[in-house]
Design a protein around this ligand. Sequence first.
Ligand code: NDP
Length: 299
Amino acid sequence: MLTGATGQVGHALAETLGGHTLVMPGRDALDLSRPDRIASCVERIAPDLIINPAAYTAVDKAEAEPELARLINTEAVRALAQAAALHGIGLVHFSTDYVFDGTKEEAYRESDPTCPINVYGRTKRDGESAIIDSGCAFWILRTSWVYGRHGGNFMKTILRLAQERDALCVVNDQFGAPTSDEVIAQTLRQMLEAGKGRITEHMRASTGIYHLTCGGQTSWHAYACKLVDAMPSLGLVSRMSSRDVQGIASAAYPTAARRPANSRLHTDKLRHTFHLDLPHWAEALDQCLALMASSPSSH
Ligand code: NDP
């Protein structure tokens, strides 16, 4: 059972896990803002595994809609986890770098204490806790700065703005690793395959939180510069070069929700537990851009 198949990660998972029988209830069949309806939906579908990339992801809007964000990111997740525990199946859930406050100097490890600084982060952190409390077999995959060919994201926004404007200001004091929906989906596919068909046992043996991001680190500003420079090779006409992308401090770009300055996540645990590699963010971005260039309808 795959939720959120219309979202970035859900869409990539639907494509990547196509060899499995996927039941993908959309918002009409499973509205996560109605957690009381989740148990019966899971019972009807009777899945072998629940994968939940669906979430309330509007970080700034969440400050004005904390109750809706809580229902979807915490209470619906609690209901999914309780259903997984009841039926003895696993739950794969996605979480975020925003469970941390970003004050640590180094990359965050799974064992670091959480300390969210905005509503979205708090509701996601509480969702993690609900899963742990449920007793189900789970993988919580914390990722960061997600982009891909489908859906809205920073990459697409920059590519659009560079065609519309002569200059841009982008924050240069938040650091993280852009991670493509494709890398997330391929990594989960490999993690599932390592179970050799005995997925619940496999998840029980490796239950836990894992950081799943691309390697390396960058700032939003350097990321934007790389995108603008890549535009000619994508066949896109940009009105600016990376010299016209000005770096600014977060304080000069106030948003409703505060964001952590350090979003870097250590991925050793995932790579060592499942014996897999994660590409550098720039390499994964180049691959995504090359795919976009070969299918222009996706930009
Ligand atoms: P998207 O915003 O692209 O997709 C969210 C999905 O959730 C959509 O399919 C949406 O459906 C669905 N959804 C939202 N509300 C409801 C609801 N009430 N009932 C049913 N479905 C609902 O998310 P991403 O793919 O970018 O994110 C995937 C996961 O990764 C999430 O858990 C997110 O918290 C996490 N994450 C994302 C990051 C990012 O930069 N995007 C960074 C770090 C973590 P619909 O199309 O109908 O709206």
